[in-house]
Design a binder for this molecule. Structure first.
Ligand SMILES: NC(=O)c1ccc[n+]([C@@H]2O[C@H](COP(=O)([O-])OP(=O)(O)OC[C@H]3O[C@@H](n4cnc5c(N)ncnc54)[C@H](OP(=O)(O)O)[C@@H]3O)[C@@H](O)[C@H]2O)c1
Length: 336
């Protein structure tokens, strides 16, 4: 990707539209009336949790869906019965595998209209990839950065592509700590590393959109809500989930979209809305939740925002254009 310094900064306001949808809307609700026939979508992590529902709904709306999976056997089993969904091998933490998947996709000659970067890991014990990069940053951010860069020609060829970076309210745990991205000089904290990687996802959408808009490529970051019954929380204790109010004393999952506690169908809605809504034509580079653009958390409301999951919003450091540009440069170096 080349940098387009001359592109005027025409940013989309980081404030609700309003969209007409809300926290309880499902992915099927937001795609109603949208015809994706002839469109091609790639959904990373499209065989589990939010990504699986995203694949199903994009396919139901007519898109051809490609699911790159680090475990193709399991992906095929999860997607069984869905015609028009292709499974390919790809492990985000392995650059060779990312490049190989992207090369196969480009060789197919197809444009790429929708890229949903949904794959992710959360709060893992300290692990590093072959280059020494911390695994959550390497998987959630660097893997998707590399994948998007490699798929760039297909995104441009779509003449109107959308990229969705699935971020998280986990941005509150950490900004991107440029001085020590890989926890080499500070103690490793699983949720700090997750938060850093999710802030990186949000910043990635900001800078990708700035660079992409002249080429018809728009990008959005998404907080899906809290969706307990996916594969993500395998490193989170039952006690922590109870303390967060996400499961009750009997261990049952609590669904309360007003508090961002959502079903998988509701959790996939904001990403699908960002990927497909005509309401977002000509917009991009913003962080979204509850099927709308999030408000910016004002400094004076930060304490309230931290205290309750009900208030939507994004912290300024997760949509800061300067940090986004800096992260882009660092990511280019790290992915060579
Ligand atoms: N669930 C929530 O409450 C929540 C809240 C905020 C944000 N999010 C975000 O939503 C996204 C989806 O999460 P989810 O809840 O749907 O979790 P999930 O069910 O665990 O899905 C994550 C997917 O990512 C895949 N993946 C992980 N590492 C990979 C790698 N190295 N290469 C390729 N694929 C890889 C997983 O594959 P395997 O099954 O093979 O591991 C799985 O298919 C994540 O980015 C997460 O951070 C989720």
């Amino acid at each position: 990707m080349t940098r387009h310094e001359e592109t005027p900064v025409m940013t989309t306001a980081q404030q609700p539209l309003p969209s007409g949808f809300g926290a309880a809307s499902t992915a099927r609700d937001v795609v109603e009336g949208v015809d994706l026939t002839g469109r091609v979508a790639v959904v990373t992590g499209g065989y589990s949790g939010i990504g699986l529902e995203t694949s199903r709904v994009l396919r139901a709306a007519g898109a051809r869906v490609v699911v790159p999976a680090r475990d193709p056997e399991r992906a095929r089993a999860a997607l069984k019965g869905l015609d028009g969904v292709e499974v390919e091998r790809m492990d985000l933490i392995d650059p060779v595998s990312v490049d190989a998947f992207a090369a196969r996709f480009l060789a197919s000659g197809r444009p790429l209209h929708i890229l949903v970067n949904s794959a992710g890991i959360m709060a893992t014990p300290l692990t590093r990839d072959a280059r020494g990069h911390e695994a959550q940053f390497a998987t959630n951010h660097l893997g998707h950065f590399r994948l998007t860069a490699r798929l760039w020609p297909a995104l441009v060829a779509a003449h109107g592509a959308r990229v969705v970076a699935v971020s998280s309210r986990g941005i509150r745990f950490s900004p991107v700590v440029f001085d020590d991205l890989h926890f080499e000089r500070r103690p490793y904290e699983p949720f700090l590393a997750y938060g850093q990687s999710k802030t990186a996802n949000a910043l990635f959408a900001v800078e990708l959109d700035r660079r992409g808009r002249a080429h018809g490529v728009r990008a959005f970051a998404v907080h899906p809500g809290t969706i307990v019954d996916t594969g993500l929380a395998k490193h989170v204790s039952a006690e922590a989930l109870r303390a967060a109010g996400a499961v009750d004393d009997e261990g049952r999952v609590v669904i309360d979209p007003a508090r961002q506690l959502k079903t998988v169908q509701q959790g996939a809605a904001t990403g699908v809305w960002c990927a497909t809504s005509p309401r977002l034509d000509g917009l991009g580079g913003v962080y979204c939740e509850n099927c709308d653009i999030s408000p910016l958390v004002a400094p004076e409301t930060q304490a309230d925002w931290y205290a309750t999951a009900e208030l939507p919003g994004v912290l300024p450091y997760a949509v800061d254009p300067e940090a986004a540009a800096r992260l882009w440069a660092v990511s280019e170096e790290l992915t060579a």
